[in-house]
Design a protein around this ligand. Sequence first.
Ligand code: KG4
Ligand code: ZN
Length: 340
Amino acid sequence: MLLLAIETSCDETAAAVVRDGREIISSVISSQIAIHAAYGGVVPEIASRKHLESISPVISQALQDAGVGMEDLEGVAVTRGPGLSGALLVGFSAAKAIAVALKIPFVGVHHIEGHLFATFLEQPVAFPFLALVVSGGHTHLYHVEGFGIYTTLGRTIDDAAGEAYDKCAKIMGMPYPGGVLIDRMAQSGNPEAIRLPRPLLRDGTLNFSFSGLKTAVLQQTMKNPVSIPGQAADDLCASFQEAVCHVLAAKTEAAIRQTGAARLVVAGGVACNSGLRLRMADLCKKLGVELSIPHPSLCGDNAAMLAVPGDYYLSHGHVSPLSLDVTATWDMDIIKESIT
Ligand code: KG4
Ligand code: ZN
């Protein structure tokens, strides 16, 4: 099946042409980051307007890069939620319009479900597997038994890991989104320079909490202001990264031991993080678990990832009705009932 996939849940307008949920023929991502950086975060109203401006050119570019015409498409997969409602509506409406015009099916997909299966675009993973999804809005551990069959084992009770990265970067005076900058600076810093808390490390659950860590970084910078570039800033970044990666690895290890998982998938924008990738590789080596982390280009928001579950759903008859609406919040545990 030749699918067009569309993603507009936050600040990236993306479209991709993917064959059989496996082969990326083209993938176009138009980022709004430079626009939102001036405000220190994503401004929903601006995001919607920019998606409106970009959606048609981005889809045209994806088709052109793939060397296919609209008439070659056999289905459309699009992010239905969670995300910013106005932003989601742009991609969702475009997907519906294309489906109606071409008389082809469309399916609304959960954004995190896209992240979960991005790694399948490189190499499919056998079910069941454990998944750690770390993005700007999510820090979740899922037991994945198949497409649409997810059980949440643990989740953040406050900030997501990516959100913590971005907020700490902001506290230190870095532009939005600062996650990648902290990662870069951490590589020249001493991870043991500043002792930061490891929230919920021994609470006996698989949940996470990152808001206290952010407060600890704020207190640290008030006590000892850091200038960028500088060794003190690098040390703070390295210490913060160490605290985040330590907790993510410890909870993932506990989840592997609890479930007896033989395979681990790490996904989402924070899966680009160099420290986390190394930590997860060490953990999986120690436990004899097969690790799948997609190439960094597939970890952040993109449309191709949606084509993996999208292709599965459409080829199994799960077509979304045209009456379906976007949803700003959407629990992964109840995805099966709500896919159509
Ligand atoms: O999955 P994603 O692209 O969008 C959401 O669905 O949220 O994730 C974006 C998040 C941002 O918070 C960004 O700062 C973070 O991923 N991120 C990183 C790195 N690259 C992106 N965080 C830490 N280290 C990185 N290298
Ligand atoms: Zn995402």
